[in-house]
Design a protein around this ligand. Structure first.
Ligand SMILES: [Zn+2]
Length: 400
């Protein structure tokens, strides 16, 4: 017979839950925590004093109070003291941020890159170099409690190895392990797919906060997706779930980097847009995509036609996703933000034609609230996951 959770399990769970409230929701009074967590006042007091002693939160008198009597103390995250490193490896840039508990970006470096394929050594050296620079500038009482990276590729759940990245990396790459070795933090570096982490970011602190069923579509050179179902990221058996960019929308259509053809990514990605608009070759990246949208706004017929075509394929892909997953919200991020804003009419028409009415009627289409920071913010949330599940243990290890 299996024993139920021990007192210690319950305490650990409650400490994590309380810290999660403070981390995601910001400063909150003890009274509010008592009602939100459904625990009594003395339990909340004991939990906050444990987290305070560990240096994860601090308690303060509220700045102003209108009610008579003794005001409830406000619990705040120790954002300047407790932090993680977040890395973002995209086709057009490398970014590193030091992010404080509560999601505060304390320090950030970013370098643009050309689209040559990555060499693991160079990549890990650049990223860990930035992180070390940032670390040297921190106060002595700060503590790093995690690190995670967003990569534009497939990440195997079992060991965090990047196993494919048609637009970025070759072969199997033990990226997290290499970064960990160079950083020397003594903490494992978690690795996640960039679109999955974008979904997590929008769900945690973006336009989809409090939305339990959402789909985030991320566009750069290719198109990735992250699916949150019932409040959880859908990873699939091996961690590769959500590769909506390779959903076939046009059999026999444009060749795709994955080896197939007519994939959503092949019909909607940057190259498809630039070619459809008659602008392929001159410029690439986000600026080139913006230039098409702006030209369409000014009445350029070629740009308008290109956007319309791409918008139709995008709408068809969205209709399929809506029929299968019935999300409450669908979010366009990365380059798809601009493409969607320039082709919303086509997307909506395809939805009306191909999505079933009950799924479609209450669906909200939105653009990313976090914009270019979505994948980096998602990596930070992945890095915070350990400390939120077992705060005292992770902090003790980080301090050791
Ligand atoms: Zn494909």
């Amino acid at each position: 017979m299996r024993a139920g959770p021990s007192q210690e399990d319950i305490r650990r769970h409650n400490l994590g839950a309380l810290l999660r409230h403070v981390h995601l929701g910001g400063p909150i009074s003890r009274a509010e925590l008592t009602s939100r967590m459904g625990l009594n006042r003395s339990t909340i007091m004991a939990l906050t004093s444990d987290l305070t002693a560990a240096g994860l939160v601090r308690e303060e008198l509220p700045r102003e109070t209108r009610r008579a009597g003794r005001p409830s103390l406000v619990v705040r995250p120790e954002s300047a003291r407790v932090y993680v490193f977040a890395f973002d490896v995209g086709p057009d840039r490398l970014a590193v941020a030091r992010v404080g508990l509560g999601g505060v970006i304390l320090d950030r470096r970013e370098v643009p890159r050309d689209r040559s394929r990555f060499k693991l050594d160079e990549l890990a050296a650049t990223l860990s170099g930035f992180a070390r620079q940032m670390r040297r500038r921190t106060r002595a009482d700060t503590v790093c409690v995690g690190a995670a990276a967003a990569v534009s590729g497939g990440v195997r759940k079992a060991d965090g190895v990047v196993t494919f990245g048609p637009n970025l990396l070759d072969g199997e790459v033990p990226f997290g392990e290499e970064l960990d070795r160079r950083l020397g933090l003594g903490l494992p570096v978690s690795v996640g797919n960039d679109a999955n982490l974008g979904a997590l970011a929008e769900h945690s602190r973006g336009v989809g906060a409090a939305v339990k069923d959402l789909i985030y579509l991320h566009g750069d050179v290719g198109i990735g997706g992250g699916i949150i179902a019932g409040g959880h990221l859908l990873g699939g058996h091996d961690g590769y779930g959500g590769e909506v960019g390779h959903m076939v929308v046009n059999p026999g259509g444009r060749a795709c980097g994955c080896g197939s053809s007519g994939c959503l990514e092949a019909e909607v990605g940057e190259r498809a847009l630039l070619e459809s608009a008659g602008r392929f070759g001159a410029q690439q990246g986000r600026d080139a995509v913006r230039a098409v949208v702006e030209a369409a706004d000014r009445g350029d017929i070629g740009a308008q036609e290109g956007l319309k075509r791409v918008g139709e394929w995008l709408g068809l892909g969205v209709a399929n996703l809506v029929n299968i997953f019935n999300p409450e919200m669908l979010i366009f991020g990365g380059m798809l933000r601009e493409i969607y804003l320039g082709s919303a009419a086509q997307v909506r028409t395809q939805l009306t034609l191909h999505a079933m009415a009950p799924q479609r009627d209450r669906l909200r289409l939105r653009t990313s609230a976090l914009g270019d920071a979505a994948t980096l913010v998602g990596a930070a949330e992945l890095a915070f996951a350990h400390v939120l599940s077992d705060p005292l243990e992770v902090l003790a290890r980080a301090n050791a």
